[in-house]
Design a protein around this ligand. Sequence first.
Ligand SMILES: [Fe+2]
Length: 433
Amino acid sequence: MTIETERLRERVAAELLRTRDRTALLTDAVDDGDLTRQHSPLMSPLVWDLAHVGSQEELWLVRDVGGRDPLRPDIDELYDAFKHPRRDRPSLPLLTPVEARRYVAEVRDKALDVLGRAPVDDGRRLVADGFAFGMIIQHEQQHDETMLATHQLRVGAPVLTAPEPPAAPAPVAGEVLVPGGPFTMGTDTEAWALDNERPAHQVRVPAFWIDRAAVTNGQYTAFIDAGGYDDPRWWSPAGWDHRQAAGLTAPGHWVRDGDGWAATTFGRTAPVVADEPVVHVCFWEAEAYARWAGKRLPTEAEWEKAARWDPATGRSRRYPWGDETPQARHANLGQRHLRPAPAGAYPDGASPLGVHQLVGDVWEWTSTDFHGYPGFAAFPYREYSEVFFGPDYKVLRGGSFGTDRSAVRGTFRNWDYPIRRQIFSGFRLARDA
Ligand SMILES: [Fe+2]
């Protein structure tokens, strides 16, 4: 075994362990009643997410990579996300919390055994560079963020705690000019990048201005105070229809607090913090705010150019700060804090042009529909992303405070319906140069 292979195995094992610790934290924080209850029709019971994580790990690592016999072929169908919409999952004969914990532990034992014995490279793309393991680590982290969103929707005494995010050493506002010209979007070289991030391709973006920080609670409150929710001029027809039907008057989890606003965050209600990015807004709200402010949302390509393009070399980097894997000083990721950090809190994570907090804090809505890049090829299965391509979904970029570092990078693409705001979604503004 080469030293490189050994290093990869050690890294995979450490990431699996770190990820499972987070899953355990999110599922051990509540009692069995809260694990099996549906906290919102938009979300699965937490115990479904838990066993589904194990089911995917069994399918890909134990059965496919390892070539081992199935542990629980009888439950494959229950935990197939495409067979049962979230709203139906509570009525399924799901594993109990005790059974689900035992199942994921058994699967993990087998997966670690596969990791120790199976060739890291058997000629299959699924196995090369530990891709299948990377995919499963990201999958579990993505469900951990989903479970965190379920925690936010749960009603009851707070069960999660974390230190407050860092303060901003200096406030960040205003916008920067990103010059026009070609840049490389997507990747061929990021080993654990998913199919929709590939292939790398040249995109020509006209010069544009982009805000140095995401829109803050203070700025968003000005939109509310100016009657933004009652003025159809700022809303697209579809956005206005939704605003009316859903009765939107403020971001999700906001409540009136005297003359101002408070927000409930994981069971604790406190006045909104003016210089933190607004979170729990849907695409239609972001779009309406942008029009009111005389700007627009960035396209996905603009967002990625702002995040990756290095004006000194013309090269596209892995992250706004360079190629280094995210550290705590770069970005608010991984549920280290339970809220977005104020604008300017991560100067070490800024891009060369001075755009801050592109990665971490809040997912940022872009104006772009979710599509495959030129030359897209589904891998390892169409249901990962291809079946979602089309005008129904908008792309979000950059990850949130609830996204793990393994599940976000400069090329990472998320997508959701424009009406959704149970996710940790915010936005920043752009305009033509
Ligand atoms: Fe999943």
